[in-house]
Design a protein around this ligand. Structure first.
Ligand code: URA
Length: 295
């Protein structure tokens, strides 16, 4: 271990290593000193925010104008060490079966303190195991905790409308969260909770191999990208995303960040901005928005 590491960082690394050892994972490889870099493409300047009203009820907005460009680091697992031990789902060709293996591995998870803070059940994830598009939120709320499915409450209804406005059905996409247990009082999941849970999300992503991941809100974005930046900087650009342990023949996903539906419920004026983010995704995936019915 690097002698120059801050004591706090050393302590956190030691904790994390202990946690992985508890899981039976012993092989760790040190990453290069600089994270892999990626191009951030200037995103589509032609996206129009005015074309879709539908159930997502997007108000017309001005064009996005020049988009951000530059080079940004990608840290897919949010940690300094990559865990390269084989996973039980590796070699299971069928995506649905591989996801079941991960769910079984998760078991009645008690790896973090959320298991004793009032969660009713684990909310694993839902949708098409071969989805091209995956949405990742923050963590289950009361409705999700009661039903065992992500995004089934009011924010979920808005997410459904967003998916529909894109010309897709909820069953076409895969939906998951950074943490799989409801934080008490819907507080933001804490760092240790996210770090404990995210290896399972990474494994889900590695099985599904989506073309695009949409991070819903700052908590999801910051955890997936290990970037601490405001939403204004995180949105409107593409990131490359590939979990450290994943099929070498899969090039990885592109990741976009948009507002969390719960935020859009509180501030509906931002729906137009979210729609621009989704149009960027649709353009990349070659999805045409559904035609408006003649009035
Ligand atoms: N908010 C989230 O981030 N996830 C859910 O599943 C529901 C609400």
């Amino acid at each position: 271990m690097d002698r120059a590491l801050e004591p706090e960082l050393r302590r956190e690394l030691a904790e994390r290593l202990r946690y992985y050892r508890d899981l039976g994972i012993h092989d760790f490889y040190r990453r290069g000193s600089r994270p892999r870099s990626m191009e951030i493409e200037p995103a589509a300047e032609t996206v129009s925010a005015s074309s879709e009203k539908l159930l997502f009820s997007v108000e017309p907005q001005e064009d996005m104008g020049a988009r951000k460009s530059g080079v940004m680091p990608v840290v897919a697992d949010g940690g300094i060490f990559e865990v390269v031990s084989p996973k039980p789902e590796q070699g299971v060709a069928d995506h649905a079966s591989a996801l079941k293996v991960i769910r079984e591995d998760l078991g009645d998870c008690r790896r973090c303190k959320l298991h004793q803070q009032g969660r009713k059940q684990i909310v694993f994830g839902v949708g098409n195991p071969q989805a091209e598009l995956m949405f990742v939120g923050e963590g289950p709320g009361a409705d999700e905790d009661a039903q065992g499915e992500p995004f089934v409450g009011r924010a979920g209804q808005l997410l459904n409308n967003m998916i529909k406005a894109m010309g897709l059905r909820r069953e076409d996409v895969y939906i998951a969260n950074i943490v799989k247990c409801r934080p008490p009082g819907n507080r933001t999941p804490e760092r240790d909770e996210c770090e404990t849970c995210s290896p399972f999300l990474m494994r889900q992503i590695s099985v599904i191999k989506p073309k695009v991941i949409v991070a819903l809100g700052a908590v999801a974005a910051k955890n997936l990208l290990a970037i601490n930046a405001p939403m204004s900087e995180l949105r409107g650009r593409w990131y490359d995303f590939k979990p450290a342990v994943s099929d070498p023949s899969w090039p990885g996903a592109r990741l976009a960040v948009t507002y969390h539906p719960a935020f859009l419920l509180r501030d509906p004026r931002q729906k137009g901005e979210a729609w621009k983010d989704l149009q960027m995704v649709m353009k990349y995936l070659g999805i045409q928005p559904p035609k408006k019915s003649a009035e």
